[in-house]
Design a protein around this ligand. Structure first.
Ligand code: TYD
Length: 137
């Protein structure tokens, strides 16, 4: 379970003045946050993030709107519809991931366990399957 992709429900404080949620490193998510980035203004029909990471772990939250994340461990593909700001998707390293079907004005927040490192990316799906197949990923 520890290193499986999974939806993690975050605390939510429902309030007439507006709701509030939060996330704490090494508590709700199993890593220390090194970097935060966000994806926004995605034109209709575009997809992002067709790649895997060798080391980087991520936690993906839909802060606004909705989008789909497709995860692939080399054997099984799973689709996660992200449409609530109090749910996040934990993505361990070694998983091929794509983000699709962004709604208008959607905002994806991604918490990462590592700095941006070009060499940590696996961008070719054939290479990904090869690395999975020989246990290098
Ligand atoms: P990338 O992760 O390649 O996005 P996608 O897989 O969806 O195309 O990021 C796109 C570009 O943004 C990449 O070429 C470099 C830059 N970038 C950074 O400089 N730092 C970051 O933390 C991220 C996520 C991207």
């Amino acid at each position: 379970m520890v290193n499986q992709p999974r939806i993690i429900q975050l605390p939510k404080f429902l309030d007439e003045r507006g709701n509030l949620s939060f996330v704490e490193q090494m508590n709700h998510i199993p890593f220390i946050i090194k970097r935060i980035y966000w994806i926004y203004d995605v034109p209709g029909g575009e997809s992002r993030g067709g790649h895997a990471y060798k080391q980087n772990q991520e936690f993906i939250i839909s802060l606004s709107g909705c989008f789909d994340v497709i995860l692939d461990d080399g054997k099984t593909k799973s689709l996660f519809s992200m449409n609530r700001s109090y749910y996040g998707l934990y993505v361990p390293n070694g998983i091929w991931r794509e983000m699709r079907n962004f709604s208008t004005n959607s905002l994806a927040l991604i918490l990462s366990s590592r700095d941006y490192e070009v060499d940590d990316y696996v961008r070719d799906y054939g290479d990904f399957l090869k690395l999975k197949g020989n246990g290098e990923l």
